[in-house]
Design a protein around this ligand. Sequence first.
Ligand SMILES: Cc1cc2nc3c(=O)[nH]c(=O)nc-3n(C[C@H](O)[C@H](O)[C@H](O)COP(=O)(O)O)c2cc1C
Length: 324
Amino acid sequence: MTNIIMAPLEGVTDRTFRSCYYDHFSGLSASVTPFLPIPDRVKRVSPATLRMTALPGETRVPEIPQLLVSESSAFITAARALEAAGFTELNWNLGCPSRGVVRKGKGAGLLPDTEGILNILDKAFSCLDIKISMKIRLGMDNREESFRLLPELKGFPLAGLTLHPRLGKQMYSGSVDLEGFDKALELYGKPICYNGDIRTVRDYADLKKKFPGQECWMIGRGLMADPLLPRKILEYDETGRAEDGEGHPLGNNNFRIFIEDLLERMKRQFSRETALLNYLKGIIVYTFNTTPMPADYRHRLVRLKNLEEWELFKNEIYGYLDSQ
Ligand SMILES: Cc1cc2nc3c(=O)[nH]c(=O)nc-3n(C[C@H](O)[C@H](O)[C@H](O)COP(=O)(O)O)c2cc1C
């Protein structure tokens, strides 16, 4: 049984994006939301923050709200607010490597502090009913951080654990550490959801060969680059055929229709055209990162100044792809 989960991408996979995605594509088992804006020592979580995640039953794909907190009181306050609103699971982010987050000892910045993490979990599990899952990296500065933590995590009734096998200090560069993932599986002794650099069915097939027992896969940037990827992966599981080499994902008409719909929905969200255009460019750049595209198109994309220019550019690029 293969489970594919949409990874949280802050600034990209917000509620509007996710619901648009579910309306156009299938194949996902769940989504983890980007971290909710919940400060330390918070006393109350606003209804607007709670509405950033769809409640169980509100959407076809279950959504799991994510917390980025480093002290137990904020954890418990936020978890209670989620519980009261009807959520059944939350995800704790121990992977975010951004400098501002790490400086505050949050995200990957908390990974070196094994005792601190276990303390928060002890307190959380002693008073909460909501299920708790975690998303971690191998460490902030070295793998020993997770190798120390994982045997201790075994004792907690976590609803799930996802590992992106990079270090925080790597940010998103360098390669994923598959040997580290293997070691983590051994140390944790329970299933771990794999996350990192699955961009094509071929990537998935290679990982599946290496980790044949693996059932849970979380995908972020690969899903932006090709939203049909979950479906293709499930088809690969059935047929054993990897359909790579079929051209740029934007060559697919379903993807183009999705982009149009997303743009319409996002127009209601962004009041400034520049902000909307920047969001759109961010989405398209993911497709250029994974599948080669003449360099000139990327330069022109980032220079687009308004939606009229986008329309012209889009028609040109679609024409180019159709002629390939
Ligand atoms: C722009 C961006 C925003 C991200 N935001 C979050 C976030 O809010 N929470 C989180 O746990 N991870 C976040 N991540 C990490 C991704 O969820 C994921 O772990 C990482 O991109 C590796 O998976 P991928 O190669 O499939 O994208 C973010 C990554 C990117 C590139």
